[in-house]
Design a protein around this ligand. Structure first.
Ligand SMILES: Cc1cc2nc3c(=O)[nH]c(=O)nc-3n(C[C@H](O)[C@H](O)[C@H](O)COP(=O)(O)OP(=O)(O)OC[C@H]3O[C@@H](n4cnc5c(N)ncnc54)[C@H](O)[C@@H]3O)c2cc1C
Length: 300
């Protein structure tokens, strides 16, 4: 995944700590620069960060010092801010990540517009022969109940057939990429053009900088069970770092956003009727079948 030279660079970066007056999160310091593997060739690593839990409290209070000095007060305020969608104090924290990911995952990821991105240039550099090939347990058929999901895991000959297609297509496309770039006795094609036949499972890399509020929004959508597995594992790896970086804010996020649900007016009315002892049906609820199914998933 990382070459010995790249690992040595990371070790060197970690070997020269300097004192600072800036806010430091001990939990995040442990992650700085280190690569956390994701999928077969990917990773995320924290390149830089700004702020900690106290910085959120400090911004909310527009104070001179660091937070309120009482963890309990900080926690209560952070939970209050999260509960009431008072989001700007969370924007005071930022993180910069280096991410290596398949291009088809990058296409989903880049839809999150409230971040700053700089991607590896395949006009300037030659891409590596690295393709995402799903692990056997992720090689699944189309779901029969969810148009946007996968169902039964493939096994035996069918798994082998699909894997063979994935691998041979990737290798053939890369062989042609190399052949087109080749200037061995011929003119060769420019890198910016030769790349266009490469498949969407080839890996790309970028630096991605985002503030904590928008990162929580990203995690809410992409660490969710409904997100595609291949982006979800990246979101989960990032979430593990965020938990160590801002433990109080992350706990509030887990509780209110990941663990909570939004109730519509109709859903509240149904719950009230149920609490009063009435057996409410979908037809009598005023909700559509889809809404009702989702409501029942949470409330039974
Ligand atoms: C399960 C799932 C399935 C999806 N399926 C599809 C699909 O089939 N096709 C598809 O195209 N996309 C799909 N998406 C992508 C989705 O529609 C969003 O584009 C993506 O999740 C980014 O969300 P966002 O716009 O809220 O994030 P960001 O771009 O980070 O924006 C954050 C918030 O900032 C505000 N904002 C940002 N930019 C603007 C703007 N220009 N104008 C107004 N407000 C703005 C909005 O309030 C927004 O919610 C899917 C996403 C998920 C999670």
């Amino acid at each position: 995944m990382l070459t010995p030279d790249q690992l040595a660079e990371i070790d060197a970066a970690r070997a020269t700590p300097r004192p600072t007056l800036r806010a430091v999160s001990e939990g995040m310091e442990a992650h700085l620069y280190r690569a956390h593997p994701v999928l077969d060739h990917g990773f995320i690593r924290v390149i830089d960060y700004m702020g900690d839990d106290a910085a959120i409290v400090q911004a909310a209070r527009v104070s001179y010092g660091a937070g309120t000095k009482h963890v309990q007060n900080d926690e209560g305020l952070i939970r209050y801010l999260m509960r009431h969608w008072h989001s700007t104090p969370f924007e005071m924290c930022e993180v910069k990540l280096h991410v290596k990911l398949p291009v088809f995952v990058a296409r989903q990821w880049i839809r999150h517009r409230t971040a700053n991105v700089n991607e590896y240039s395949a006009r300037y550099s030659i891409l590596d022969r690295e393709f995402y090939i799903p692990a056997p347990e992720q090689l699944a058929a189309q779901s029969t109940v969810n148009n946007q999901g996968r169902g039964e895991v493939l096994t035996g000959e069918e798994a082998a057939r699909v894997l063979d297609l994935l691998k041979s297509d990737a290798n053939r496309a890369y062989d042609h990429y190399e052949a087109m770039l080749s200037q061995d006795g011929q003119q060769g094609l420019a890198r910016e053009l030769a790349r266009m036949n490469l498949p969407a499972n080839i890996y790309t890399q970028w630096y991605w900088k985002v503030d904590l509020h928008n990162l929580f929004h990203f995690l809410r959508l992409r660490a969710d069970a409904h997100a595609q597995y291949e982006i979800r594992v990246y979101a989960e790896a990032i979430a593990a770092c965020v938990k160590d970086w801002v433990p109080l804010a992350f706990a509030a996020f887990e509780d209110y956003r990941m663990g909570g649900v939004t109730l519509s007016g109709k859903a509240i009315a149904v719950l009230k009727r149920r609490l009063a002892g009435e057996a409410v049906t979908q037809e009598a609820s005023g909700m559509s079948k889809g809404e009702w199914r989702e409501f029942v998933e949470v409330w039974g």
